[in-house]
Each structure stands twice: as structure tokens, then as C-alpha cells.
Write a protein that binds this ligand. Sequence first.
Ligand code: B12
Ligand code: SF4
Ligand code: SF4
Length: 317
Amino acid sequence: MSVGSEDVKRWAAELEFLACGVTDLAPNAYAAELDAWLAAGRGGTMRYINRQAKKRKDPKLADGEARSVIVLLENYYRHDPAGDEAPAKVARYARGRDYHATMLTRVEQLAARLRQQGAAHTRCYVDTGPVAERELARRSGLGWIGKNAMLLRPGVGSWFFIGEIFTDLPLAPDAPMDTDHCGSCTRCLDACPTDAFVEPRVLDATRCISYLTIEQRGPIPDELAQKMEGRVFGCDICNDVCPWNRRFATDTSVAGYQPQQLLSDAQPNRFEQMTEAEFDAEFGSTPLSRPGLAGMQRNFAAAFAATVPSTRVTPNV
Ligand code: B12
Ligand code: SF4
Ligand code: SF4
């Protein structure tokens, strides 16, 4: 049986992915933008992006056996007022189990089906691969790049992850989405507390609370710490204010994104007393394991620096 793009999309819908598109292995049309971003130091200490730049600019180098890329979107949104209002704020995407594993397992289910139907080669990525995921999604017709740098989808918004299957199946590519649905809106640019956008669609990661709390090693500069307002892991502001999300966000059907208690309980400062073993037991399978215990202690100290004069965090924050 020969597999076509429509078959793949039908199977993706059966697995309850939000959307599925197909693209080819052509070079990244925004390679120059990636180079400029890296050259300006916008990626800070995320040196892995420099190391992977060639592959990010040319998907063929990421996977020489593939002939098509299937791009999948996975809704992770859950109405969660307790998490939204918690004094210690964790970004929405990180309130459940580690999304890499949750989504990758589901992407691999689709890849297994492709192999049953004749694919000899499938390689799956969710966030961890040397590929420019937003650009692959844009050019497979799944959305446009908003002024907040996110991939947004008409009628959906941006509360989703992006994953891919590189495969040797020769699938018909979708037409890219080249339209801009932001119009004259600038809400995300205006709302960013650290002025991290150099211009629309260009984020200086070194000023972004998401980078500072998850990726950066070492202390968070005071000037930026003053703007964190309780954000101890990631930041959702430029997504929260977007009218597309306000209008269209709907709860995901995927159980793995169910918010866990995490930090929305009564003891938001408990990292102060925690041992490494306790942290691993409680947070080892969540995204909070990336900064680790020392990183979370640093984040709390910074996030409450405006209200707590010392580096110790008091119980009533
Ligand atoms: C490094 C990284 C970060 C960094 C830097 C983010 C950034 N904007 O560059 C930090 C730690 C700050 C970060 C934060 C977040 N991230 Co992040 N991150 C990544 C990662 C690993 C690489 C991104 C990258 O290469 N950045 C460098 C810039 C230059 O590339 P880019 O953003 O991909 O932009 C491409 C296009 O926009 C295009 N382009 C550039 N200019 C222009 C102009 C026009 C007009 C057009 C059309 C295109 C275009 O060129 C670039 C590629 O060549 C990707 C996964 C991946 N492998 O791609 C996830 C990823 C982008 N992150 C994701 C998420 C969810 C987040 C957060 C929401 C998490 C949070 N709540 O804290 C925030 C959002 C912050 C924001 N507004 O971007 C999702 C985004 C899903 C989506 N709907 O877009 C991804 C795709 C992970 C995933 N698999 O789902 N992230
Ligand atoms: S995630 Fe927060 S800090 Fe980063 S660009 Fe968006 S609003 Fe600014
Ligand atoms: S807030 Fe406005 S400008 Fe920013 S991404 Fe959403 S629609 Fe575009």
C-alpha cells in the first residue's frame, strides 16, 4: 500500500494531535535570521544552538535518509486557575509531567504506524532535536510566526508543542503559511516585563524570564530579577496576552498534561529545605529537573527579590 499525506493526517487525528502538516527537506528559508540571532549573542549560554546551526539551517544534514518531514502540534492547555494564581508561578507547559516524554511517546505511536504501512525509516523529535521546529511547522502550513516569536495557528493560538517525524516516505508537502495574522496588534511586545523583544519576532533570550529560570547557569542579574514577580520557572506573559489564545484556548485531551500540585500548594519555598534526593523523587520526571534543585533555589531567590530583601525566601511569599 502506498501511504499519502492524507493518510498520515487521518492517523494523526485519530491519535488526537491538534494538527499535522507535511514539508520537504529544503533548506531553512530563515537561515540568515538564525545566523544573525546567534551572531548577536541572543542565545546567551545555549551554545548547543550554535553547535547545531548547520543542521537547523539544512534539515537534510539532520537526517540524510529522510525524504519528508511530518510536523505535529500537541495542545497542552488546561484551564488551571490555581496554577495561574499561585504566588510561585510555573509556566503552563511545565505544570504536568515532562512533556518531551509525553509527546514523544505519542509521536512514536504514529511513527510505528508508518512503519507498519511501509516506511523503512522514521526519526522522531520533540524539542530535543537539532532542527528549527517553528520554521518546519510554518512551512508545512500549520501556522504563522507571531510577533512574540511563537508559532500561532489560526483558530487555535499557541498553547501547543511541536514535534516531527523524519521519514523516507515520499509525501506531498503542504503549502507554507505565509500570511501574518498579527495585524497592528503589539500586546505581546508591550507586555513583556523585561523588554526582551529587540523587534517583532526577534527575542533576546538573555533577557527572557524563560531563559533566565530554565537555561541560564549562574546568578540572575538584579535588574531582571526585579521583573520576575514570582515567576520561578518559565514565563507565559507573551502567550497569555495574545488575543488568539484568549479567544481560542481549549483544554487538551491528553492526560499527561494534567497539572500536578507542583508549587501551587501552601509551601512554595520548600526547595530551601529539600535534599537532592527529595527533589529527584518529587520533580525528577518534571521539567523542573532541568535547572535542578540549586537552579530552583536560585529562581526563588530572584523571583521574590523585589519583596524579600535577603536571598532567603520567607514562607509567606
Ligand atoms: C532555544 C529555545 C528557547 C529559548 C529561546 C526562544 C526563542 N524565541 O528563540 C527560550 C529559553 C527563551 C525559550 C522560551 C520559550 N519556549 Co522555547 N525553544 C527553544 C528551542 C529549543 C530552539 C529555538 C531557537 O532555535 N531559537 C532561535 C530563533 C532564532 O529561532 P526560532 O525561534 O525557532 O525562529 C525561527 C523562525 O521564527 C524563523 N524566523 C526568524 N525571523 C523570522 C521572521 C519572519 C517574518 C518569519 C516568518 C520567520 C522568522 O527563523 C528561525 C529559525 O531559523 C525550540 C525547539 C526547537 N528545536 O526549535 C523551543 C520552542 C521554540 N519553545 C517552545 C516554548 C513552548 C517556549 C515557551 C513558551 C516556554 C515558556 N512558557 O517558558 C517560551 C516562549 C518564549 C518566546 N516568546 O519565544 C516551543 C514553541 C511552540 C510554539 N507554539 O511556537 C518550542 C518549539 C519547543 C517545542 N518543541 O514545542 N525557548
Ligand atoms: S516569555 Fe516572558 S520574559 Fe520571555 S519574551 Fe515572553 S513575556 Fe518576555
Ligand atoms: S499578542 Fe498580538 S502581536 Fe503578539 S503574537 Fe498575539 S496577535 Fe501577534
